[in-house]
Design a protein around this ligand. Sequence first.
Ligand code: ADP
Length: 261
Amino acid sequence: KLGKKVRITTNDEFKQLGSAFNIMSTKLDQVDKQRKDFVANVSHELRTPLSSIKLLSESLIHQNEDDISVYKDFLKNIDSEIDRLNNIIDDLLTLVDLDKAKLNLEYKTTYINYLLENIISNLMPLADKKDIDLKLIEKEKIQIKIDQNKIQQAIINIIHNAIKYTPEGGKVEVTLYTKNRYTIIKVKDNGIGIPKESLPNIFERFYRVDKARSRNTGGTGLGLSIAYQIVTLHQGAIEVESEVGKGSTFYIKIPNDIDLS
Ligand code: ADP
């Protein structure tokens, strides 16, 4: 009769279903927490420069100085806080764009050499300003399929950091080569280095080893997370080795034969 046709769910199956459901709901909770944390972080990051601007403009309003240079100093500080707000918003928009781009990167066969040469010549003035010896070593000529604009941004972020976190007179060496079917862009600096305990966190959004130093150099705390996301979208990886006081080496690894299926 009817009862015989109904498939009875066994105890074991119930248990499996239950644990699958638990895993799913834990995942959902995690995503929800990450989203909430992110919104809280963004608010905090935007509020910091805004509070400074408010404080500076209030002081300006109450100034009775005749000396115009006093006013100019206040305005210069306000101006640089506005730059900071702009940088944060630009980086946030890049992250939103990357979330959307997940499924449709604009792949183009590219000579990575030309891309790197171009990046280095654009960053040279910044290195010169700090008397940093910025060098590019091209071991071979490499053509790969990438989204040019995005990979360019990832590479710029890493080299820019190397310049930012290396004291005057230091060295930044960028080397391009192939290993095990991966194109490697190695960025080695002899700067301040990263403490071992911070290494697992540096690719997180808004994480900085030293907040004050990052802010002074115009950092948003988003550069590495953007680079990481771009390289991961290309099925690649970023690895880092570092020693405090000696310097850091970042390896950007992009597969030579990307799977576009
Ligand atoms: P930021 O805008 O602060 O530079 P990033 O996401 O680019 O943010 O980097 C995160 C943190 O990692 C930085 O604040 C800095 O503490 C550390 N960092 C990144 N690159 C280097 C480097 N080459 N040398 C030393 N520290 C670095």
